[in-house]
Design a protein around this ligand. Structure first.
Ligand code: DO4
Ligand code: MG
Length: 278
């Protein structure tokens, strides 16, 4: 089952049916270890809203309230390689290899909820950056108790020139206005995603496909539960949290994003997140 945060309330999608749940506080609604069962009950009690198909696409909000969005780094081999290349003059050959192998994952704070862009909203490139990419990332919704409740699509917009110059510039490479997008919905599931779940990135420039690649989630080096365990070790999340799980797709060094590009990220079972570059 999928949930959407919209201007009219929370919309629940079950098969072809949509259900409008009004007057619910988003943070309280999603931060619930029994969320899947709650959705199952709603489907049994509420009649489908036939008109919701007509307005849903135009009423979408980013699927995040007051939750923080965190991100994982160097969880796929391709990310390790790409970062070693971009930082070879600043010693990246060793520290990215070390974090890829280490027990402790790289975790960083990406955005507070109100800063997150949603489906069809604009993301940004920093004005002081010369080399920029989107990072298409499966993103976990986690309750305040640390239970993985669901999955959404994340775009971890990144400046490769700033991160490559010095790893201590990571927060500036990663955290700026318009650097985070989530959506369009959250897949709520009691089951783990199938290992062959594919993440696909397409970048369209003036109607031409200028980049396309895909990866399956079984290529990730770490278990999602391990990432969550480290994130929650010494930090509390009163309304739950979102955790991006890292990118397995990195364009080669000749590619950089441009203003006007359209970024499409598709994840099997969840949907497609589209953002335009401002
Ligand atoms: O080490 C820097 C960030 C890595 C990252 O964002 C990723 O691997 O997705
Ligand atoms: Mg990333």
């Amino acid at each position: 089952m999928k949930i959407y945060r919209t201007k009219k309330g929370i919309v629940l999608e079950n098969g072809h049916d949509l259900y409008l749940v009004k007057d619910q506080n988003w943070d309280e609604f999603i931060n619930d270890d029994g969320l899947y069962q709650k959705l199952t009950n709603i489907v049994q009690e509420l009649a489908p809203d036939k008109e919701a198909h007509d307005w849903l696409a135009n009423a979408l909000l980013p699927p995040v309230g007051s939750q923080e969005v965190w991100a994982s780094g160097v969880t796929y081999f391709r990310s390790k390689l790409g970062r070693q290349e971009e930082s070879k003059d600043s010693g990246g050959g060793t520290f990215y290899e070390k974090v890829y192998q280490a027990e402790r994952p790289e975790l960083f704070m990406k955005a507070t909820g109100p800063r997150v862009m949603g489906h069809m909203q604009e993301v940004r490139i920093r004005k002081d950056s010369k080399w920029d990419v989107p990072e298409p990332e499966l993103t976990l919704l986690i309750s305040s108790s640390g239970k993985i409740l669901g999955y959404t699509i994340g775009n971890d917009m990144s400046s490769r020139s700033i991160e490559g110059e010095n790893p201590l510039y990571l927060p500036q490479a990663k955290v700026y206005d318009g650097s985070t997008a989530l959506g369009p919905c959250i897949l709520i599931s009691e089951e783990a995603l199938p290992p062959d779940t594919s993440i696909k990135l397409e970048i369209i420039r003036e109607s031409n496909l200028v980049f396309s690649d895909s990866i399956t989630i079984d290529q990730i080096k770490r278990k999602f539960s391990q990432l969550v365990e480290f994130l929650y070790r010494e930090y509390t999340f009163p309304s739950g949290a979102f955790l991006m799980t890292g990118t397995g797709i990195v364009p080669d060094h000749t590619f950089t994003l441009q203003s006007g590009d359209k970024i499409k990220i598709h994840i099997d079972g969840i949907g497609t997140l589209i953002n335009m570059v401002a």
